[in-house]
Design a protein around this ligand. Structure first.
Ligand code: ARG
Length: 432
């Protein structure tokens, strides 16, 4: 008999009741904690929890210990902050990806990385399934599932919250029954997701888009009213579209973003109130705090104004929008993304230099920019003496530039028309 025959080993495994394994995305909160025994009960899997540090400011080792106390057979905790910044945050920044002109995509950028790392863990531990705690109404389920499907179509996906109908009291009751430690601190009135690049806050009183967010929705940013009364100036250095320094010192991505969150947050910069279009057809009001993201995007765009040609900058705005949609819609691991990034990387090769930003009472204002690749030519632009610009050449250029429009107007008049009417409402009160 072949003792290493796979069917034979499977048969032995089954008869010894060796359970298959599942990798669960685990935050340590009530829902994902309840999931540990629930998945075991309902599906029979041995649960391995998976917790990632993306800079959300939580102690992942503590969360890991909690998972083991909650009944996980194993618990994985990894620090992926550098991966997150280098391979997700900075490409998105280079691309200028901001969803619907407002949301710098912190949560949306984190999901494909977490899902990818879970797939790696599933392979390493020979797990047959993966699980997450997303609801069936949001974008995050899409981002997780699409990534799993793309990278590992053989893995079964379990999404307990999509299936169960547990209310919070029921979850608390279930936790008590299974000896799951529940935090004593009162329940947050919001649903919050955090990583280095921003904090996403929704639900509760925010669900009325007419109501101004209360101060308790914000944790990373000062109320501009109590922010310092003096402005603070900072300088951000970029190399080929990537932030590489702050205030004259070179800095790696993670500490640079952390410092910017601190400094800009202190001045109340980075608050965003957005009614957004979810992929699943729902409009949703979400409040974001993203001090570093807001400052970096503003500074980066401003440096581009110096370093990109007119055509390159304009075409880039189309790419930025596609890029943002792709991230928001969970299509990170796609060939189309590779194509877009190829353009972005090439487009960014001259975007190097320094931007000076003034932070004051909730606003980040760009007040200076310089670059060795600057296309700004003072000799051409100046109104002072000594300009290289040939003003006489303008005359001929303008003649040609307006020729089409001039021809058309002549033609209209010849036909007895009135020329071109002013666009807009008829019957204005001014006498013509
Ligand atoms: N609306 C954001 C997105 O789809 C954030 C989602 C998570 N937000 C939350 N508060 N839990 O990317």
């Amino acid at each position: 008999m072949d003792l290493y025959n796979e069917d034979y080993l499977k048969h032995i495994g089954k008869s010894l009741h060796m359970a298959e394994k599942i990798i669960l995305a685990y935050s340590g909160g009530l829902d994902t904690s309840v999931m540990v025994p629930w998945i075991k009960e309902k599906y029979g899997y041995d649960v391995i929890t998976f917790t990632v540090d993306l800079g959300q400011g939580e102690d992942i080792q503590k969360i890991r210990e909690k998972a083991l106390k909650t009944g996980a057979v194993d618990a994985i905790a990894i620090d992926a902050r550098n991966l997150f910044v280098d391979h997700f945050v900075f490409p998105a920044l280079m691309a200028g990806a901001i969803y619907e002109g407002k949301y710098p995509l912190a949560t949306a950028l984190g999901r494909p990385l977490i899902a990818k790392l879970m797939v790696d863990a599933a392979r390493e531990h020979n797990a047959k399934a993966v699980a997450h705690g997303c609801t069936g109404k949001g974008n995050d389920q899409v981002r997780f599932d699409v990534t799993f499907q793309t990278l590992a179509p053989d893995l079964k996906i379990v999404a307990p919250v999509r299936e169960w109908s547990m209310t919070r009291p029921a979850a608390l009751e279930y936790a008590k029954k299974h000896n799951i430690p529940v935090e004593a601190k009162p329940e947050s009135p919001y649903s919050v997701d955090m990583n280095l690049f921003g904090r996403s806050v929704e639900a509760g009183v925010l669900e009325d888009p007419w109501d101004e967010p209360r101060e308790d929705a914000y944790q990373w940013t000062a109320d501009p009213r109590t922010a310092p009364n003096e402005p603070e100036y900072i300088e951000i250095e970029f190399a080929a579209g990537i932030p590489v320094g702050l205030n004259g010192s070179k800095m790696d991505g993670v500490p640079l973003i952390e410092s910017l969150n601190q400094i800009a947050g202190k001045h109340g910069v980075g608050r965003i109130d957005h009614v957004e279009n979810r992929l699943v057809g729902i409009k949703s009001r979400e409040v974001y705090e993203a001090p570093a993201a807001v400052v970096l995007h503003e500074a980066h765009r401003e440096l581009e104004s110096l370093c990109l040609s007119k055509q390159a900058a304009r075409f880039k705005t189309i790419v930025s929008q596609e890029y943002a949609d792709l991230i928001y819609n969970g299509l990170w691991f796609s060939a189309f993304h590779q194509d877009l990034f190829a353009f972005v990387a090439s487009n960014q090769r001259f975007v190097s230099g320094v931007v000076r930003v003034k932070l004051f009472k909730g606003k980040a204002t760009i007040v200076g920019r310089k670059s060795e690749h600057s296309l700004y030519n003072k000799k051409l632009a100046t109104y002072d003496e000594g300009s290289d610009y040939d003003q006489a050449a303008a005359q001929g250029f303008i003649k040609i530039h307006g020729l089409g429009q001039q021809t058309q107007a002549r033609f209209q008049l010849l036909k007895g028309g009135r020329g071109f009417d002013l666009p807009g409402l008829t019957g204005g009160s001014d006498k013509r």
